[in-house]
Design a protein. Structure first.
Length: 229
C-alpha cells in the first residue's frame, strides 16, 4: 500500500497536467493558423484590384511626367537664353542659341526650326554683326536631344535658325518682332510632334526684340508649331 500510494499523483497535479495539455493544444492550433498563406481566390482578387488601380493611375502618371518634361525643358531654354544674352553684354561678342545635335554646327532652319534634336549656345569670335558659328567660336552649352517632346523655334520669315544677341542684349534681326519657342509633350515617342492638352499643356518661351524672355502657358489644343501671338 505504501508503494502504490507513493505512485499515485495528487488530484491537483492531475489538473495541472490537464491544463498544460489543453494549453499546448491551443498554442499549437494558433501556430498552425498563423503560418497559413493566401488562398488562390484571395490572391486572384488582390491581383484584380491591383490591375484596376493600375489602369486608373496610368493615365494620370503619364500626364504628370508630360507636365514635368515641358516645365523642365521650357525653364532650361529660358535659362539658356538669359545666359546667352548676359554673355553677349558682358563679353562684348554676339552670342546665340541654335539647334544642334553634335555642337559642331547649327541645324537648318526656316520659319520654324526644330530644337528637339539638341541645342547649343555659343559666343562668336567676331565683335559685331550676326553670329555665324565656325572655327574659333566658343561653345558655352551643348544639350542632348529630347525624344519625349518637341521644341520648335517660330520666327518671322527671313529671321534664320538661331536667336542671337548683340552687345546691347537685343535680339539680332528681330526688327521689333517677338520670337517664340513652343514646347509640347508627345503622347508617344514615335509621334511626329507634341500636343498641348488640358491635362498636359504646352509652354511658349517668348523672347522680345529687346532680348527679355519669359514663359507663357499654351492653351489646350493650340498648335505646337505656329506662334499663338
Amino acid at each position: 500500500m505504501l508503494l502504490i500510494s507513493s505512485l499515485t499523483l495528487p488530484a491537483d497535479h492531475s489538473d495541472l497536467s490537464l491544463k498544460l495539455s489543453t494549453s499546448g493544444a491551443r498554442v499549437g492550433t494558433h501556430t498552425m493558423k498563423a503560418i497559413q498563406g493566401f488562398t488562390l481566390i484571395e490572391l486572384m482578387v488582390t491581383m484584380a484590384v491591383f490591375a484596376v488601380l493600375l489602369l486608373i493611375a496610368a493615365p494620370n502618371l503619364h500626364d504628370v511626367l508630360a507636365r514635368n518634361a515641358v516645365s523642365a525643358e521650357s525653364n532650361q531654354l529660358l535659362s539658356l537664353l538669359k545666359t546667352a544674352r548676359s554673355e553677349a553684354v558682358s563679353a562684348h561678342h554676339p552670342t546665340a542659341l541654335c539647334g544642334s545635335s553634335d555642337a559642331s554646327a547649327c541645324g537648318a532652319g526656316g520659319v520654324t526650326t526644330d530644337l528637339s534634336g539638341g541645342v547649343m549656345v555659343w559666343s562668336d569670335s567676331a565683335i559685331s554683326g550676326a553670329p555665324s558659328f565656325g572655327a574659333g567660336d566658343t561653345v558655352l552649352f551643348a544639350g542632348a536631344a529630347r525624344s519625349n517632346l518637341t521644341a520648335i523655334l517660330v520666327a518671322p520669315p527671313g529671321f534664320g535658325n538661331q536667336i542671337g544677341f548683340n552687345q546691347q542684349g537685343e535680339v539680332i534681326g528681330a526688327n521689333g518682332a517677338e520670337i517664340d519657342i513652343l514646347v509640347c509633350a508627345k503622347r508617344h515617342t514615335a509621334d511626329a510632334s507634341g500636343a498641348s492638352t488640358t491635362t498636359a499643356p504646352g509652354a511658349e518661351v517668348v523672347v522680345s526684340a529687346s532680348g527679355r524672355s519669359l514663359i507663357r502657358p499654351l492653351a489646350a489644343g493650340a498648335a505646337c508649331s505656329v506662334s499663338p501671338t
